[in-house]
Write a protein that binds this ligand. Structure first.
Ligand SMILES: Cc1ncc(COP(=O)(O)O)c(C=O)c1O
Length: 353
């Protein structure tokens, strides 16, 4: 047995005929199979692909109390020629282990992560939708499985991959409010990881923002609420004059795979890009001077999401019309075509199944 051997038990029948592929939404239906691997006595056990189904856990399961859990989110796409390909799985496997280290969890073998995704997708390939803008969302995750109420790292863990067909994303712009009271993460904390607690901490401020009529929050640094960090489940980029500017990475924001892709593409296309501290005052000033040309979020969900309106200290700033945003459209067009096999994969980002 090699480290990427996976034992397969197929479902006796498929649920696919019960699914309305014209109205998928996000994260609501799950494909027929999942991958499961247990960690015990200091090592990972045999990887298995089994029918998707419930898990049984003890009420004392440490994750339920102290949230020692991490996840990833990536996507597979139906290609123009009918085959299936995944976007940058190895980058997600590497980030998973960055999260694991901060959460005191064992490293998960990156080759097995990628192989698990590939085998799961080849078994459930019919679940990859083909309508424009759709994808198969892939959710790898790991959680602590000790039955213990003390606060210490668990000794046992479970790793799983589940997949879910996702509908096409709304391509319009979003209204975003700059947060100057609450924080989701702070320097030295876990903001740079994909751990459940970061998302739990963001719910209350996000509900408050929605009540005020804003789709998303633009988080600012926790010390001064002066520098912008990221938006909900996206990193953020602004075009000021001819330069693209994005907040530099630190321990309170996630190093997005889409962010990295846009930066690599900008360099490849000779578009000036700066990763640095970016204050909300600089953004507002650029807008007032008429040199803020583009503002967008980057993330696996929609690739590129235009920011239409930015609210800061009770004032709405209406950003340039989406039709005029050449830079974000250039990234969006290339990446959307690349993901479905309609653009040349110059930087070798797609993994075929
Ligand atoms: C907090 C946060 N920031 C940014 C992102 C964007 O990252 P990616 O481009 O890897 O999807 C995500 C989504 O994973 C996220 O959850």
């Amino acid at each position: 047995m090699t480290s990427t051997d996976i034992k397969i038990t197929k479902a006796s029948s498929s649920k696919i005929h019960q699914v309305n592929f014209d109205n998928l939404g996000f994260g609501q239906v799950f494909s027929d199979h999942m991958m499961v691997v247990d960690y015990q006595n200091g090592k990972w056990g045999e990887a298995e692909i089994v029918p998707y189904g419930n898990l049984s856990v003890a009420p004392s399961l440490t994750t339920l109390h102290y949230a020692q859990t991490i996840f990833e989110g990536l996507k597979a796409f139906r290609q123009a020629d009918g085959s299936v390909a995944v976007y940058r799985p190895e980058k997600h496997a590497a980030r998973f282990n960055i999260s694991a280290e901060r959460l005191c969890m064992p490293d998960f073998p990156e080759e097995l992560f990628v192989e698990g995704v590939k085998q799961l997708l080849s078994i459930d390939s019919e679940w990859v939708p083909s309508q424009k803008g759709t994808s198969l969302y892939i959710r790898p995750f790991m959680f602590a499985t000790d039955e213990f109420l003390g606060v210490r790292p668990s000794r046992a863990y479970k790793f799983l991959i589940i997949t879910s067909p996702a509908g096409s994303y709304y391509e319009g712009g979003v209204k975003v409010i700059v947060e100057d009271k609450y924080v989701r993460a702070s320097e030295g904390g876990t903001g740079f990881t994909k751990t459940g607690g970061n998302y739990a901490a963001s719910l209350y401020p996000a509900v408050k923002a929605l009540e005020k009529g804003y789709h998303q929050i633009l988080w600012t640094d926790s010390k001064e609420h002066k520098y912008v960090e990221e938006i909900g489940t996206m990193n953020v980029m602004f075009q000021i004059g001819d330069k693209l500017v994005t907040p530099e990475l630190n321990s309170s924001l996630l190093a997005g795979v889409t962010r990295a892709s846009v930066i690599e593409l900008a360099k490849h296309w000779n578009i000036p890009i700066e990763e640095r501290k970016l204050s909300i005052d600089e953004i507002v000033e650029a807008h007032e001077k008429g040199i803020l040309k583009d503002a967008f979020g980057t993330g696996t969900a929609a690739t590129i999401t235009h920011i239409e309106t930015l609210n800061y200290k009770g004032k709405d700033y209406h950003l340039p019309p989406i039709e005029e945003r050449q830079l974000s459209k250039k990234f969006h067009n290339y990446l959307s075509k690349l993901k479905v096999g309609e653009a040349e994969d110059e930087l070798k980002w797609m993994t075929s199944i």
